[in-house]
Design a protein around this ligand. Sequence first.
Ligand SMILES: [Fe+2]
Length: 300
Amino acid sequence: MNLLPRPLPFDPAQMPGLSERLLNSHHSNNYQGALKRLNALRSELAAQPLSGQANYHINGLKREELIASNSVTLHELYFDSLHPAPEPMVPAMALALSASFGSVEQWQQEFAAMGKALGGGSGWVILAFDPRSARLINQWASDHTQLQAGSLPLLALDMYEHAYHLDFGANAGAYVDAFMQQIDWDKLYLRYQHAVHACSEGYEVEPDALGDSTILDVRRAGPFQQSAHMLPGARWQDPARVDEWAAELQPGQAVTVYCIYGHEVGRSTALRLRARGVDARFLCGGIDSWQAAGRPLVDK
Ligand SMILES: [Fe+2]
C-alpha cells in the first residue's frame, strides 16, 4: 500500500523567516521525493522475495528503504514543528525542558548550537524523549538513519542545505535562528504528553493502594505555592530538580508521587525515579481526584 504525502500543515506564504518558495520546494522535492522512493522501494521489496538474491542487492534495498522511511518521518515532523504564529510554551513543557537541561534557555542554546554546528554539512537535530532515562535529549544525526534506539522524536530541525540554501545561502546560523522563532509549542507538548503517557502505563497507583510508600508531592512550584493543602505524610519536591533530590531515595524504595491531575508531571517524575532504580509510581488522578473523592488532606 502506497503512502500518500501529507500536505504542509501551515500556509507557506505566512511563515515568518522562511519563504514560500523555500518551503514549497522543500516539501515538493525533498519530502515528497523521499516518499516516492519509499513507495517504489516497498513495491520492489513486495514483488520479489529477498531470499536467494545477492547480498549486495538485499543490503542495498534495505539500506535505501531505511533512508527513505526515516527521511519521510523526519520531514513530516519538521514541517509539523513549525507554526506561523506559535503560542507561548505552556508551563508543563517548560518544566520538562528544565528538568532535563537545567532551564529552557539552556535547552534552546544547546539545540541551536547543534544546528549551527551542522551548517555546511548535513543532518538533523532532534529533541526526543528517551524512555530508558526518562529524559528529553537533543540528538545529533548526520543523516536520516541515525536515530537513538527507542527514543521518541518530538521536534526535528532539518540541517540539509536544501532546507535553507534558497533563502540563506551558506548562512545556516540565520536559518537556525529563524526556525527557533517558529516552533509550534502546542504540538510539541502534545507529542511529549503522548510519549510520557505511553511510557508510564502500568506505573499508576490507585488512591487506596498507597500502602507504606514514601509520598512525594511533585506539583510544579507555582501551583504548589498557591495551594493550601497536601496529602497526609507527603513532602514537596520540585519536579524541575529531580536530579538534585532523587539521590536521597534508595534503589527499590516504594515511592508514590502525585501532581495535580496525574498527567505528565507526575508520570514523568515517576519515570525519572524508576530510571534510577526507585520503585516509583504516580497517583491516578492526582490530588484533584483524591480531593474530589473526599479523602483527607492536611494543611501545608
Ligand atoms: Fe529536508
